[in-house]
Design a binder for this molecule. Structure first.
Ligand SMILES: NC(=O)c1ccc[n+]([C@@H]2O[C@H](COP(=O)([O-])OP(=O)(O)OC[C@H]3O[C@@H](n4cnc5c(N)ncnc54)[C@H](OP(=O)(O)O)[C@@H]3O)[C@@H](O)[C@H]2O)c1
Length: 348
């Protein structure tokens, strides 16, 4: 077997929540990592990545922005595998319209796939997708679901939901179209590039960042009593008929699993647990009774739509973390970074 120490991989968005955890794991395994971020002058992000064990000799940082997607080719050149994790989010101060963001995300994927092909070194592109792109909904807004969520489900991009906040809808549409664009390279004649997409459940657990990542905040929204982040949880339940969850460590192991297979392409669900808002709230009430969850955060009683995640498991991937671990580590993360009093201040 080839020594991993000789293998070079690229991680776009290497300073993000998932990106930084993946870069750390890759360095620990001896890979040489080309990581991209938008601003090499950002001392906090660069400092975090440079402080990782092995970074001094095996980590090279590149500046690249999805809105100038050609910039990624320098980071991709010479690599054997590319993990494409970077994705813009619409924030209150964003100057781009939803349509501009969606187009940028899709053309970013296209440009990165083309750079992989042109490099002549990249064997496989791993696209970090979201389960929000795989809604089992059958009728627009009527909550009529197929019996389970699987790799054949695709979210209709013209869907309207009562919990359809603009920024999450834009994100969902951009990720759905971008994942389809990435996977389309598997069907191009004479294209040797293998593309794998991993639609992830909501990611929870610990973090290397100095703040609580957005997805962990969403997962803790009922404990924190934050009605804004809670809307993202309601959106997911309305779109998928359940809350799919996965631990950050399993997410990164799954990404690495996808490059350590001799050959692999296609779409593979990555979610360890599926639950409902009510079940999560009940878990928190039982295990963290010192914090009160008010009725508005309890959700409507319903049965979660199940998720068929067997495709990745049949390839040999094993999840190490269940719902309990995902939520408990999320609570630890929140308490560590904000202080237990602060995290749960609103409910006390
Ligand atoms: N967390 C989840 O629950 C979850 C679930 C499903 C899928 N995902 C996917 O996982 C990936 C990482 O998400 P995350 O949770 O780690 O989010 P995150 O911490 O916000 O990271 C997002 C990353 O995207 C980069 N980025 C943002 N705008 C960019 C732009 N215009 N050009 C280039 N890079 C840009 C950021 O780079 P800078 O460091 O330069 O700011 C950052 O590294 C995303 O593709 C997301 O869709 C996440």
């Amino acid at each position: 077997m080839e020594k991993q120490a000789t293998r070079k991989v690229c991680v776009t968005g290497g300073a993000g929540y998932l990106g930084s955890w993946l870069v750390k794991k890759l360095l620990d395994k001896g890979y040489t990592v080309h990581a991209t971020l938008r601003n090499l002058e950002d001392k906090t992000k660069v400092g975090l990545l440079k402080s990782l064990p092995g970074a001094d000799s095996k980590l090279v940082l590149f500046q690249a922005d999805i809105y100038n997607p050609d910039e990624f080719k320098h980071a991709i050149q010479g690599c054997e595998f590319v993990f494409h994790m970077a994705t813009p989010q619409q924030t209150p101060g964003s100057t781009q319209t939803s349509q501009e963001m969606i187009e940028a995300v899709v053309s970013g994927v296209r440009s990165i796939a083309e750079s992989c092909i042109q490099s002549a070194t990249v064997k496989r592109l791993i696209y970090t997708a979201t389960s929000l792109a795989a809604s089992p909904i059958t009728k627009d807004g009527k909550l009529d679901f197929k019996s389970n969520i699987n790799e054949l489900c695709w979210t209709p991009v013209d869907i309207t939901l009562t919990h359809g906040l603009d920024y999450i809808m834009t994100y969902t549409i951009s990720k759905t179209l971008a994942e389809k664009e990435a996977l389309s390279y598997n069907d191009k004649p004479n294209c040797k590039l293998e593309v794998v997409s991993l639609p992830l459940g909501l990611v929870g657990g610990e973090t290397l960042l100095s703040y609580v990542p957005l997805s962990v905040q969403v997962m803790l929204s009922q404990l924190i009593g934050n009605s804004e982040t809670f809307k993202a949880l309601q959106f997911q339940q309305q779109l998928l008929g359940s809350i799919l969850m996965v631990h950050i460590d399993d997410v990164c192991d799954a990404h690495i699993f996808c490059i350590e297979k001799p050959s692999m392409r296609g779409r593979f669900f990555c979610a360890a647990a599926n639950s409902t808002i009510t079940e999560i709230a009940t878990y928190f009430r039982l295990n963290y009774p010192q914090y009160q969850i008010t009725e508005e955060f309890m959700g409507e009683e319903m049965e979660a739509i199940s998720c068929d995640r067997s495709k990745l498991v049949k390839m040999g991937f094993e999840y190490k973390y269940d719902m309990k671990n995902i939520l408990d580590d999320g609570v630890k993360c929140g308490s560590r970074l904000l202080g237990a009093d602060h995290v749960f201040m609103i409910n006390q």
